[in-house]
Write a protein that binds this ligand. Sequence first.
Ligand SMILES: *[C@@H]1O[C@H](CO)[C@@H](O)[C@H](O)[C@H]1NC(C)=O
Ligand SMILES: *[C@@H]1O[C@H](CO)[C@@H](O)[C@H](O)[C@H]1NC(C)=O
Ligand SMILES: *[C@@H]1O[C@H](CO)[C@@H](O)[C@H](O)[C@H]1NC(C)=O
Ligand SMILES: *[C@@H]1O[C@H](CO)[C@@H](O)[C@H](O)[C@H]1NC(C)=O
Length: 281
Amino acid sequence: MASLNTLFYLGVCLSAGILTSADENLPKVQNVRWVSVDFTTVLHWTTTTSDYRYTVMYTGNEDFWSESFHCHQMSETACDLSTDLTMNSTYNVQIKTVPVPEDDLEYDDELDKFPHSYSPPFNPFKDTNISAVNFTVQAVDERRVNVTITEPLSGVHKGDKQLSLRDIFKSELKYKISYYKFGSTGKRDIISDSSTAEVSELNAGQSYCFMVAVLIHTRPKSTQLGAWSAQKCLPGDEMSLGAWVGAVVVLLTFVVVVAMVTVLCCKCCRQKNPSQSSTPI
Ligand SMILES: *[C@@H]1O[C@H](CO)[C@@H](O)[C@H](O)[C@H]1NC(C)=O
Ligand SMILES: *[C@@H]1O[C@H](CO)[C@@H](O)[C@H](O)[C@H]1NC(C)=O
Ligand SMILES: *[C@@H]1O[C@H](CO)[C@@H](O)[C@H](O)[C@H]1NC(C)=O
Ligand SMILES: *[C@@H]1O[C@H](CO)[C@@H](O)[C@H](O)[C@H]1NC(C)=O
């Protein structure tokens, strides 16, 4: 049966002509994979030879394929599709292997006859990774701090404006703030709708550490949470300065007390000694 199929396809190839069979021998690209952070989305692939060029085509929910303008008969093995994949839909991409163009020859009319590999499906709204955010912590009083998060930007531009993740996810974008008492393992979390949040009911005089990550509940579990930021602790440097001042005050007090005790003792001694020394020998 298999050999019958082979014979059949061999027959088809032969009858279709030698040119077509040569095109079908172009190697397909391999290991097609996405790398996407904050909507900057790059498709990577590998190839065994550098003898060919690649043309990238994509489709969202449409029933046609669009060509990516900047990934056209290219020799690189990566294509930045950030400006092409802008909708909240699942995209499929094909990478066509085409011959190196000679004399500005374009293959657009005959793209169908070149072999292609497919990417895994990709939806930037669901699948792009979200990077760590930047934030500051400020003490409000002994038991409350303010956490202020820098609104994270995306790799998407609309006209001149670089869109923030808030512009894209709107009210779906939240922040998870995780904090713990310095030196303890118990963590507590709060979810904030906005980029400024107050954390209250802290123990006065205790040091706390904070971390922040973007949280989008409407995304799949594996991408709901962005990368965690580096932690920031409060009181930070002010505390160690305070501790130093405290230590110096304690030391000074100790010195003063020792000095006073010494002085008092000497007075006592002198009051006793004159009576002794006044005794004639
Ligand atoms: C997102 O990050 C994870 C973990 O680092 C990685 O395995 C995955 O490939 C990344 N996805 C994209 C689309 O970059
Ligand atoms: C975070 O913000 C601080 C203060 O605004 C700044 O000095 C620092 O460079 C920022 N870090 C990052 C990774 O953006
Ligand atoms: C803390 O945040 C609140 C509201 O978010 C604001 O009114 C207040 O001024 C902030 N305090 C400090 C010390 O930043
Ligand atoms: C993207 O589409 C999904 C499914 O329709 C929807 O649940 C989600 O809210 C959309 N996200 C954004 C940011 O538009």
